[in-house]
Design a protein around this ligand. Structure first.
Ligand code: FMN
Ligand code: SF4
Length: 482
């Protein structure tokens, strides 16, 4: 865990003019102060270039909100540029700000970390707890096919930091911890740089520290994150108490995804009505999607409820026929036939009828030449490797599911293997302390359904040519838990 170290402020050259945004609305009432435009127009040196091969970025199908005025690759939005649109968040105090919480409620903001939980309910729960509350900004992004949180933190760090400061102001927290996977060195540098810029120009209204988490998938689960921040391994704990009751240092803790916090910044600046102008009534706003697989990885912004076809087209993943299926929601998600996804609206409400969810906005495309069973077996092996090995069904069930699915993909399955997979899936589901094994089961079941004709071919010893050639990379699990 690294404490924030102040460094000389770095100014950066920014491209593009601010997009036409509405004047600050009801949010200003919540703060009782006006935006500071005094630093407008400051530009400096070049930014640094990505060391990790940043994904492509698109405003399409839009509207561009979080990604409006996104600096060109290798550059980031400076504090001066950021303050030309967003005013300084008010100082932290032990007293929650009910007006800000109410504003978030009116906006209808839901979490962008995967579960889509209404943010206002979390704010209320933490604000209702005892004093000395903590805000954890979750930028761990353990989902291998997601890149949007890293993009936001690296290129728009002040939008994320303002969101965390506003969340702290809303719940009456005096400490913020921004959690990043320790492999994301560039994102950590961007945050340090952003905090150093603030240290030189405006009073830091709350204690902020950066914590670098072990690169494990379940480390991003909120109880695992809190457990690790309290000195334990980054493994989920059996709830209750939930973090909002007893979290970091046993204090009420708000854990919020960094994209959620970036939206919070925009709601505070532009108001609830503006936020609701995009998206659906139940799921307002835009969201970031990471599209990868058959095409170059791309992060793009779309309204919640945008048509799947439009999002895939904006990512260059169409024309139709090029894709066989899409893993919707990422490794923690569900396979859908490409045609079904193209015709669907990408919202939690619309996809739930099809047994799927956009999760953290991840779409992994499988080319027509790929083998869905091979990819599923590979991801199940990853799931088994990422188990925290605390719960029997997860520890022993996931490797068994991965092994039999691998045999199926290779055309070596026994006649009763599909029935065994279905039975074991039922044995594992809902039996872990966290939802990690449930993700594996959902993935497997969707594969057996979407690739049913492939299952039949593989069972008869005729696996497709694609089963020899992986279509996209699957990472090897790390061994670190601390
Ligand atoms: C296995 C597992 C892994 C998770 N990984 C992440 C993650 O990498 N980033 C994240 O923001 N939330 C992750 N979550 C969700 C968090 O537990 C938590 O709900 C989220 O950070 C809350 O933020 P939100 O309400 O703003 O979405 C994960 C959940 C599970 C079950
Ligand atoms: S279900 Fe698996 S990943 Fe979750 S706590 Fe139990 S062993 Fe760990």
């Amino acid at each position: 865990m690294s404490r924030l170290a102040a460094a000389a402020p770095i100014t950066v050259r920014m491209k593009g003019a601010p997009a036409g945004r509405p004047a600050a609305g009801d949010a200003q009432a919540a703060h009782g102060e006006r935006s500071d435009h005094s630093e407008h127009g400051e530009h400096g040196e070049h930014g640094e270039h990505s060391e990790h091969g940043e994904p492509a970025v698109s405003h399409e199908p839009g509207p561009a909100r979080l990604l409006a005025d996104l600096p060109v690759p290798g550059e980031w939005r400076s504090l001066a540029r950021h303050r030309s649109t967003y005013r300084t968040p008010p100082p932290a105090s032990a007293r929650p700000n009910r007006r800000l919480i109410e504003l978030v409620g009116r906006a209808g903001l839901r979490g962008r970390g995967g579960a889509g939980f209404p943010t206002v309910r979390k704010l209320e729960a933490v604000a209702g707890g005892r004093e000395h509350r903590v805000v954890v900004a979750n930028a761990t992004e353990g989902e291998p096919a997601s890149a949007k949180d890293r993009l936001l933190v690296t290129r728009m760090p002040h939008l994320v930091l303002d969101g965390a400061l506003l969340a702290a102001h809303a719940v009456g927290a005096e400490e913020i911890v921004v959690c990043l996977e320790r492999t994301g060195r560039e994102a950590a540098r961007a945050l340090h740089r952003a905090l150093a810029e603030r240290a030189g120009r405006e009073a830091l209204v709350c204690s902020v520290r950066i914590a670098l988490t072990p690169p494990r998938y379940v480390a991003g689960e909120e109880t695992a994150l809190v457990h690790w921040l309290n000195g334990g391994p980054a493994k989920p704990t059996v709830a209750p108490p939930r973090p909002f009751e007893r979290g970091v240092d046993r204090r009420p803790t708000l854990v919020q995804n960094v994209e959620t916090l970036a939206h919070l910044s925009q709601i505070a600046a532009f108001g609830a009505d503006w936020f609701r102008r995009a998206g659906t009534a139940e799921e307002p706003g835009t969201t970031l999607f990471t599209v990868s697989g058959a095409t170059r990885p791309m992060v793009l912004e779309a309204e919640i409820g945008a048509r799947g076809r439009d999002v895939l087209a904006a990512a260059g993943a169409l024309p139709a026929g090029r894709l066989q299926a899409v893993l919707v929601g990422g490794y923690f998600g569900t396979w859908m036939a490409a045609g079904d996804l193209e015709g669907s609206l990408l919202s939690r409400g619309a996809l739930s009828h099809l047994g799927a969810s956009p999760g953290a906005g991840v779409l992994v495309t499988l080319p027509a030449s790929g083998c869905g069973l091979l990819e599923t077996a590979r991801i199940l092996r990853w799931y088994a490797g990422e188990s925290a090995r605390q719960c029997g069904p997860c520890t022993f069930g996931l490797p068994a599911l991965a092994e039999v699915t691998s045999a199926l993909a290779a055309g070596r399955a026994r006649s009763d293997d599909v029935a065994r997979l279905q039975r074991w899936a039922g044995d594992v589901e809902g039996r872990g302390a966290c939802r990690h094994p449930d993700g594996a089961v959902r993935l497997l079941r969707s594969a057996l359904s979407v690739f049913a004709s492939d299952v039949a071919a593989h069972m008869s010893g005729r696996p497709c040519a694609g089963s020899k050639q992986p279509a996209f990379p699957v990472p090897a699990p790390s061994k670190e838990w601390r």
